[in-house]
Design a protein around this ligand. Sequence first.
Ligand SMILES: NC(=O)N[C@@H](CC(=O)O)C(=O)O
Ligand SMILES: [Zn+2]
Ligand SMILES: [Zn+2]
Length: 422
Amino acid sequence: MQLIKNAKVLIAGKLVQRDVLIAGQKIAQVAENITSAEAEVFEANGAFLTNGLVDVHVHFREPGFEYKETIATGSAAAARGGFTTVVAMPNLNPVPDNATRVTSQVALNEANGVVHVAQYGAISAGLTEQTISDIAGMSAAGAVAFSNDGKGVQTADTMLQAMQAAARVNKPLVAHLEDDSLLHGGVMNAGDTAQSLGLPGITGLAESAQLARDLVIAQATGVHYHVAHISTKTSVNLVRIAKSQGVRVTAEVSPHHLLLADTDIKGDNALFKMNPPLRSEEDRQAVLAGLLDGTIDMVATDHAPHGTDEKAQSFMSAPFGITGIETSFQLLYTHLVKSGVMTLETLIQRMLDAPVAAFGLQAPTQIAAGQTADLVLFDLAARDTIAEADFKSLGKNTPFVGWSVYGRTVATWVDGDIVYQP
Ligand SMILES: NC(=O)N[C@@H](CC(=O)O)C(=O)O
Ligand SMILES: [Zn+2]
Ligand SMILES: [Zn+2]
């Protein structure tokens, strides 16, 4: 048994002192003052205790690209970031695009993850085929949702079939929105910064045109359609309208699209290269407003580790993607909560309750007797400077290195066991 003493938990929007007793994998008791002779005491010193955060969009790279990340390193990074459940994307090699491969991927995640690692199945073979995969078979094999993340679904008929199949198993169909015919080799947001750096731009249309198409098909099929890494003002408006029309749509936004715009890119630095690209300041404000008013349901990091050499290349040739799972809570706590843009309660809703509800995940959202002890303790007063050397992730590719942040992770528990401590 373990006894967490003097934690602060959120009750009706207020931080309230509580002790939490853990027995085995579960919480046994929550009260103002618990004493136990047998339990090992963990002194929380007033740190903030919440259920572990949930990230529905990570890339763990195993199998196929273990030099970028493995399930062990990615999940250790997740634990350090305060996450106890993540959902891993299928852009692997081999791609989990049939029931057999999903079965082995689920087993690999379970064997190597220090947190709960749920798995996406691919919509189509190799992420690019126009014929859809066996969605029902992958669902039975344990896939919790379906996506071709990394690639847009190019034809409406493929999307229609995928949505019909996902609707039949009642699991989310998650869209990486990117119309290849509108890309023209772009590497960053089309705009003044791209102009001045002499780099080819990606317009917001590459995202929003496909989104408009998908929302209409989603309405026709009744599927739960989820927008990955939303990035433009037009997209936010489209989701807002669709919700008002009763379309079953949810959306996620990444920490980097909330905190950065293309105007922050000061030169040819590929640490700022990701897909979708950092957009305009107007877009950034629109996604933030969307997250605040609930049009955008949740934060997801799109943790996308790459090799240091790969990201040291120029903007033209480096791969798209930035890491995020180890820095997201601290960055958003510091720049949204501490700065007064949103409450801690809202941030936790967007990083825990909303993803669990939307994806129907097993993760606990309450600190109460009988609940699974997936917990994280954040010291909201502790200040850190984000440093590469501290990362558990093999990916060091983030432009947030050097940023000053609050909200250090003090400990993370999964199924009652401590899986991270500094
Ligand atoms: N976001 C990215 O820039 N890259 C992701 C793919 C993706 O999420 O589209 C990756 O797998 O590296
Ligand atoms: Zn994507
Ligand atoms: Zn992704």
